[in-house]
Design a protein around this ligand. Structure first.
Ligand code: ADE
Ligand code: ZN
Length: 348
């Protein structure tokens, strides 16, 4: 058993967490009230809210885990929930405050640096003004940093169902406008809905590489190993978000290990969304044993109902890891991050 205070004290980074998956219940209630929108279902927990926002598609039971039988629809229903809540944020002040509170919560878990994923498609009020949204986040994050809170940079995420032209337009704009704190191009969304999307976004990610933006790609969650290969070969991914289903292809595991391409693994998210039934069958420990640089992250902490320290504690308990293994995990999180070199060195 590892005390969560000891985990909080480790200098570490988080590399796979979505800003749109981080509204806490207090944020959400206040935003819904201001918007004059009813919260879907009983508001006992965000978990309940996410369940009730789309009861047909998102059929999570309160027991969690895959026993609830969510299959293909789990992730898509979940993404619809992110869409619904993103639509509640309409003013600059609201967006800046959310970003500030996000950084404060990261600090409360002892996280010193975060690569946060932001997918503008969820923030409907900002459809014509993504620059304004990013600027508001940057303001909140700068204020947080000035207050000594976690340093947070942003990964601008495309949605899998967007078109090739939308991807190119987004990255072309990023290259020209260079919005503050955006350090990477990302892609997320459900690959079972969108189908194979590597070829479609190859050009956008090629531009990202040429203009010096980092690349992080969701793959090997709603896709199998082929999605991870596409991320590496077609999208020049430097890091894979999830990547767990790489375990199904031994050559891919060897490749990831050889090239030290980090995986941003989110164990509880995988259980909640039904990718694996339990941690015993989850490949995290096996991937690490075979030399892959694994990190442990929260993905969408608010609706999934987790914190980084409880995630690490869960993993430690399941695999019999002690403090030494967690120090290794902390070190890997910093290595895997897109933190500036000076900050990386100070955290290593
Ligand atoms: N966006 C937010 N969470 C996600 C996940 N687990 N998979 C794909 N896209 C996401
Ligand atoms: Zn994710």
């Amino acid at each position: 058993y590892i005390d969560e205070n000891a985990i909080r004290a480790l200098p570490k980074a988080e590399v796979h967490v979505h800003l749109e998956g981080s509204f806490d219940l207090a944020d959400l209630i206040e935003l819904a009230k201001t918007a004059g929108v009813a919260l879907p279902g009983p508001a006992a927990t965000l978990f309940d809210i996410s369940t009730h926002s789309n009861p047909e598609a998102f059929t999570l039971g309160t027991g969690g885990g895959a026993a609830n039988g969510i299959g293909v629809t789990g992730l898509s229903g979940f993404l619809q929930f992110l869409d619904w809540q993103g639509g509640l944020v309409v003013t600059r002040e609201q967006a800046a405050r959310l970003a500030y509170r996000f950084a404060a919560r990261q600090s409360a878990s002892g996280i010193r640096y975060t690569d946060a994923i932001i997918n503008p498609t969820h923030w409907h009020a900002w459809a014509g003004n993504v620059a304004g949204l990013l600027d508001a986040f940057a303001e909140g994050l700068a204020e947080a940093e000035a207050d000594g809170l976690c340093v947070v940079n942003l990964c601008y995420s495309l949605l899998r169902t967007q078109s090739a032209a939308e991807g190119v337009a987004a990255v072309t704009w990023l290259a020209e406008a260079r919005p503050s704190r955006v350090v990477a191009l990302s892609i997320d969304g459900d690959e079972r809905v969108a189908g194979r999307t590597g070829p479609k976004f190859a050009e956008a990610f090629d531009i990202a590489r040429r203009v010096g933006l980092h690349r992080t790609v969701h793959a090997g969650e709603s896709s199998g190993p082929e999605g991870v290969w596409d991320a590496i070969r077609l999208l020049h991914a430097e890091r894979i978000d999830h990547g767990v289903r790489a375990i199904e292809d031994p050559a891919l595991v060897d490749y990831l290990a050889e090239h030290q391409i980090p995986l941003g693994i989110c164990p509880r998210s995988n259980l909640t969304l039904g990718i694996y039934p339990d941690l015993e069958q989850h490949p995290l420990a096996e991937l690490q044993r075979r030399g892959v640089l694994v990190t442990v992250n929260t993905d969408d902490p608010a609706p999934i109902g987790t914190r980084l320290e409880s995630e690490w504690s869960l993993v430690a308990g399941a695999y019999g890891w002690g403090m030494n293994e967690l120090v290794t995990l902390a070190h890997a999180s910093v290595t895997a991050s897109f933190a500036p070199d000076a900050l990386k060195q100070s955290l290593h």
